[in-house]
Design a protein around this ligand. Sequence first.
Ligand code: NAP
Ligand code: GLV
Length: 312
Amino acid sequence: MHFLGAAMDVVICTAKEQDAWRDALSACLPEARVHVGVEAPQCDYAVVWKPPSAFFAGQPRLKALFSLGAGVDGLLAMPALPREVPLVRMEDVGMAAQMIEYALYVTLRRFRRFAEYAEAQAEGRWAPRSYRDRHDFPIGVLGLGVLGGAVARALADFGFDVSGWSRTAKTIEGVQCEHGSAGLDVMLGRSELVLVFLPLTGDTEGLLDRERLAKLPEGAALANLSRGELVDDEGLLEALDSGWISEAYLDVFAREPLPAEHRYWTHPRVHMTPHVAALTPHDVACEQVAEKVRRLEAGLPVSGVVDRVRGY
Ligand code: NAP
Ligand code: GLV
């Protein structure tokens, strides 16, 4: 679809790589004047990631606001965010493939016991373990949306025993789908590895507390790739200290960068990455924004509009 009307103004405001984003959006949306930052003139559309609060005061006539990320918890928490302007989030734009890569790394490392063999090598032990079928390795995926759904499908296609959990009922071929709080307990209880792809909302904050972590089988592993606030850090550290949870793969943290004194940095059972599980590629993301701007200008609906009540 191509936009044929009058020129419009779009502003990009991001905490990093703002000029690279402007160049990418200008290339994808040549019919728009693309501005950057808090000093931009009043625009029709804004594309943002972690903007300062002052940004919104200077943009009173926005028709829509685009998030450069899939998660919108940070934006929704800003009191200055205009409530009446549609907020549109990123959908996939290459992030699902990156989440699949991360999930496969964790899954294969656990399933093929590579960490155990490294430990045995360090101790000079020749310690082969017996064969195990992929179908006998139960994995739980929390969140079956764009990212979690893609991961659940990929792991099931690979032959693992996958169950998933979402707010509403789902059907995904090869995946045992659960929903609601009873469904959560069922899937936690059977999962040797739990992968988290839930958005941070009022309902999911602190979801993985001591009680829920205790429902995992002894020796299970957790990978949190969505938002740090979903996990009770003290509860997780206790479970790691006792060995009930044998490993945690953490890409996201309640405070980022993670404070230098935090125990996660040095815990032998924690594997950290600095919020890089899925990055937003500039060109693909700007193509998605451009396509949606054109649809909005043509009076057509777009996908990815955030429901402010449910919070994602
Ligand atoms: P999405 O498409 O909106 O999917 C969210 C999923 O979570 C849906 O299946 C939804 O259920 C489920 N859900 C929401 N609230 C729930 C609740 N209270 N109980 C049970 N299930 C619930 O989001 P996405 O694009 O997959 O992204 C997921 C999250 O990943 C983002 O919000 C962001 O925090 C995180 N993320 C992290 C990175 C990184 O680099 N670490 C990168 C991108 C995104 P329904 O299907 O029933 O609605
Ligand atoms: C990154 O964390 C995102 O939400 O896209």
